[in-house]
Write a protein of this length. Structure first.
Length: 290
């Protein structure tokens, strides 16, 4: 079992490094809003993508596949401030299912810089060709079935509610069975020791987004990125808009024509000559003593 987001994140046939970074950035926000639970990853279909939270000194869980090749790791800088670790293993297959060619591929992604190192994105796919499975491995199981589920409650792994447990409402881990529990000290160290790093990374990412031009037609920009606009920026924009509007009003009243040639003032229905004729001068006014 592993500590993971209860649902499959997405199903995509392929996943590039840039896409993985975008998913991990969104996962950082998702992990503060939804609790994770102990559950298995077992023989997923190609294209499946999972989000898991790796505890310190823990290994990647058994996923029901046997792999005939060793795992390889690569660190690459995808974009400024984003160092992505990619771990790939090939020639995987599900024993006892009739598969004769090992062509499954598993890739794991996590941000070593510019994200949270304990959040890991796992993607499964197939490749063309593959390796013929040796007869001795065709039906050799890699895990025991049925899988024993965990009765541990789900838990928030990041954000202000980190460490808070919630009861099961559906789905992933409802059967009792003494699955692995989270040692309190280990969970506190895992969350508390990385909270400052996560906060710092989130702040840096927000600053980078502010420096980039905002394009309302760009589908890649999330709506919540507008929350990063500072109060001062909003106040300045509001002040400028109101100033421009009032300037037109007073300019029309003073000069009888709008400040901009193509601007039609709301006061343009009044004629200045007509207004002047209705003005009563103080010399012609008769005051009555009370």
């Amino acid at each position: 079992l592993c500590l993971r987001y209860p649902d499959t994140i997405a199903t995509v046939p392929s996943l590039g490094p840039e896409q993985a970074v975008r998913y991990l950035e969104r996962a950082l926000v998702l992990s503060t809003q939804a609790p994770f639970g102990w559950g298995p990853i077992d023989r997923p279909q190609e294209g499946s993508m999972f989000l898991i939270f790796i505890l310190p000194n823990s290994h990647f869980p058994n996923d029901g596949f046997r792999y005939l090749e060793p795992e390889h790791r690569l660190n690459t800088t995808v974009m400024p401030g984003k160092e992505l670790e990619i771990t790939e293993i090939r020639a995987g297959f599900a024993p006892g299912t009739g598969e004769t060619v090992a062509n499954r591929v598993r890739r794991r992604y996590r941000l070593m810089k510019g994200g949270h190192q304990q959040l890991m994105l796992v993607h499964y796919t197939r490749e063309q060709g593959g390796i013929q499975i040796p007869p001795q491995y065709l039906n050799a199981p890699v895990r025991r079935y049925p899988i024993q589920m965990s009765s541990e409650p789900r838990i928030f792994v990041l954000g202000p509610r980190a460490g808070q447990k919630v009861p099961h409402s559906n789905g992933m881990s409802t059967q009792p069975g003494g699955g692995p529990s989270i040692p309190p000290g280990l969970m506190a160290g895992a969350i508390g020791g990385t909270a400052a790093i996560a906060q710092q990374n989130a702040t840096m990412e927000a600053m980078e987004r502010r420096r980039q031009p905002v394009n309302a037609l760009n589908d890649d920009i999330e709506d919540d990125e507008f929350d990063h606009l500072s109060t001062r920026s909003l106040a300045v924009a509001r002040y400028k808009r109101n100033y421009d509007f009032m300037n037109e009003v007073f300019w029309q009243a003073s000069h009888g024509k709008p400040a901009q040639a193509d601007f039609k003032s709301p006061y343009s229905v009044f004629e200045k000559s007509e207004l002047d004729s209705k003005i009563v001068s103080p010399s012609s006014t008769t005051f009555t003593q009370c």
